[in-house]
Design a protein around this ligand. Structure first.
Ligand code: BES
Ligand code: MN
Ligand code: MN
Length: 450
C-alpha cells in the first residue's frame, strides 16, 4: 500500500463511518432531511479534498452533487459518478447491529450503504484528496454524485440532457459494482436493464368472511399466485409473448469464454444456504445471472398479516415484480408487453391492473478502449493480477443514458463483493476493498492521463 494511504487510513475509515451514520434512504420520504444532509456532506467532502468548486444542483427530485478540479483544459477529463442515497434498511430486526451505526468487525465495516455506494463513492473522494495533497492529479476531474439511484435516477435523467456542456469529459468512472473475489479482480463490462411494475388484483367489492363466502368467490391472493406462477414455465422460460424477441444471444465462443471465469457452484450454494440452484434450462449460473433476462416477485401482500389469525377472503392482492433485461430488450416495450399480457390473462372473477414503476436499459462496455485498458492496468498493478471482464447482473440505468445523451462510455470499476449483502440486512464493505479501491483509482487516473 502506498505511504499516503497507510498514514491516513484510520482517518479515511472514521470519515466514512460519519457518512454512514446519515440514513439517506431515498425511497422513504420520512428520510428527506437526511438525504439532503447527505448531499451537503458529500459536497463538503469534495471541497475539503481539494475541488475548485462544488455545488448542489437542483432537480425535480434530490439534488445532484457536482464538483470539479480543472488543472488544464487541454488535458483529459474523468467524470466520476456515484450515488449518496441508500436502500431502506428493513427488515431491521435481522441486523446484528443498527444499520446506521457503523461498526468494524473482522476487517469489514457494517452499515447500510457501506458498499452501495457510500464506501465506493468515498474511495473516489479520498483518491482525489491523495492526488491533490501529493501533487499528482494528472488530469481534470468532475464529480456527479446523485441521490436517487436506488429509486430510478429521475432527477439525474432530467439533469444530464440539460447540462451537457458542464459534464463534458472523456470517460465516466463508476465504482458501484463488485469484483469476483479479493484475490480475483474483475471489471464489470455489462449491466442488465430493468422493468419494474406493481400489480393489483381485485375480487369482490369488500373483504368477505372466508367461511360464508370461501369456496364460492375467487380469492384475489390465490388468483394472483396462479397468475404469477404462470409467468415462468417448467424450463425457467418467461411466458410473456414476445418477451425474448429482442434478446441479444451470445456466440458459443463468448459463452465459453465467460464460463471460464472462476466460479464454484458448491461455494455459491453454501454461501446462500440453498441445496440446489434454479434457473433457465440450458444456461449456467453465471449466464443466468448476467446475460439472460429474468422475472422476479419482489414483494406480495394482501389480506390479514397481523398477529394471530383472522378468517378473511380479501378483496385485493398486490405484488411488485421486476424483470431484469439484457441487450437489446427495451424497458418500455417489455413493460408494455407485461402489462398487456398480465391484464389480459385475468380470469373473469377478478380485475387486474398493472402500474409501471421505473426502468432502464442494459449496457455492454468495450474492453478495447483506452479507458478500459487504463482500468485493467491499474488493477493489475494493485492486485498483482489482470482483472477478468465480467457481465454484471445488476442495473445502473443511468449508464445507458450517459451514453445516449453525452456519448460517453462508462468504466465500471467497482471493488465490492457479491457477499457484501447490499440491499440486505448486515450490508458490509471490506477495509481491504476500500483501501485497495483508493489506490487503484489513483493508478487509473495516472494511466488514463498518459
Ligand atoms: N450498485 C447497484 C447495482 C449493482 C450492484 C450492479 C452490484 C452490479 C453489481 C445499484 O445501486 C442498484 O442497486 N441498482 C438497482 C437498480 C435501480 C433502478 C433501483 C438494482 O440493480 O436493483
Ligand atoms: Mn449502487
Ligand atoms: Mn443499490
Amino acid at each position: 500500500m502506498n505511504d499516503y494511504i497507510e498514514k491516513n487510513k484510520e482517518r479515511f475509515i472514521e470519515e466514512l463511518k460519519a457518512l454512514l451514520r446519515v440514513p439517506s434512504v431515498s425511497a422513504d420520504p420520512a428520510f428527506k432531511q437526511d438525504v439532503l444532509k447527505m448531499a451537503e456532506l458529500t459536497k463538503k467532502a469534495l471541497l475539503d479534498a481539494g475541488a475548485d468548486m462544488a455545488e448542489l444542483c437542483d432537480t425535480p427530485g434530490y439534488p445532484i452533487v457536482y464538483a470539479e478540479k480543472i488543472i488544464d483544459p487541454s488535458k483529459p477529463t474523468v467524470l466520476v459518478y456515484g450515488h449518496y442515497d441508500v436502500q431502506p434498511a428493513d427488515p431491521l430486526e435481522l441486523w446484528d447491529s443498527p444499520p446506521f451505526e457503523p461498526v468494524l468487525k473482522e476487517g469489514k465495516i457494517y452499515a447500510r450503504g457501506a458498499a452501495d455506494d457510500k464506501g465506493q463513492v468515498y474511495m473516489h473522494v479520498k483518491a482525489f484528496e491523495m492526488m491533490m495533497r501529493t501533487d499528482s492529479l494528472p488530469c481534470n476531474v468532475k464529480f456527479m454524485i446523485e441521490g436517487e439511484e436506488e429509486v430510478g435516477s429521475k432527477g439525474l435523467s432530467w439533469f444530464v440532457p440539460r447540462n451537457k456542456e458542464k459534464l463534458k469529459s472523456d470517460v465516466i468512472l463508476i465504482s458501484d459494482t463488485s469484483i469476483i473475489a479479493d484475490d480475483i479482480p474483475s471489471i464489470t463490462t455489462g449491466l442488465r436493464g430493468l422493468s419494474y411494475v406493481q400489480v393489483e388484483v381485485t375480487g369482490p367489492k369488500r373483504d368477505l368472511h372466508s367461511g360464508i363466502y370461501g369456496g364460492a368467490v375467487a380469492n384475489p391472493i390465490n388468483i394472483l399466485c396462479d397468475m404469477i406462477s404462470d409467468l415462468i414455465d417448467r424450463d425457467g422460460q418467461i411466458t410473456i409473448p414476445g418477451f425474448y424477441d429482442d434478446v441479444a444471444n451470445l456466440s458459443a465462443e463468448e459463452r465459453t469464454e465467460m464460463n471460464k471465469a472462476p466460479f464454484s457452484l458448491d461455494d455459491y450454494k453454501k454461501e446462500l444456504d440453498v441445496k440446489a440452484v434454479k434457473g433457465e434450462k440450458g444456461y449456467t449460473t453465471i449466464e443466468r445471472a448476467s446475460i439472460r433476462p429474468t422475472l422476479d416477485v419482489n414483494g406480495i401482500w394482501g389480506g390479514y398479516i397481523g398477529e394471530g389469525a383472522k378468517t378473511v377472503l380479501p378483496a385485493k392482492a398486490f405484488a411488485k415484480i421486476s424483470m431484469r433485461l439484457v441487450p437489446n430488450q427495451e424497458s418500455e416495450k417489455i413493460t408494455k408487453l407485461f402489462q398487456e399480457y398480465f391484464e389480459s390473462a385475468a380470469p373473469d372473477y377478478v380485475t387486474v391492473k398493472v402500474y409501471p414503476h421505473h426502468g432502464g436499459e442494459a449496457v455492454v462496455t468495450a474492453i478495447d478502449s483506452k479507458a478500459y485498458k487504463a482500468a485493467s492496468k491499474a488493477m493489475e498493478t494493485t492486485f498483482g493480477k489482470k482483472p477478468i471482464p465480467t457481465r454484471g447482473g445488476g442495473s445502473i440505468p443511468i449508464v445507458a443514458l450517459f451514453k445516449k445523451e453525452l456519448g460517453l462510455d462508462s468504466i465500471l470499476m467497482g471493488f465490492g463483493l457479491d457477499s457484501d449483502d447490499i440491499h440486505s440486512p448486515n450490508e458490509s464493505y471490506g477495509i481491504f476493498n476500500y483501501l485497495k479501491g483508493i489506490e487503484t483509482i489513483a493508478h487509473f487516473f495516472k494511466n488514463f492521463a498518459e
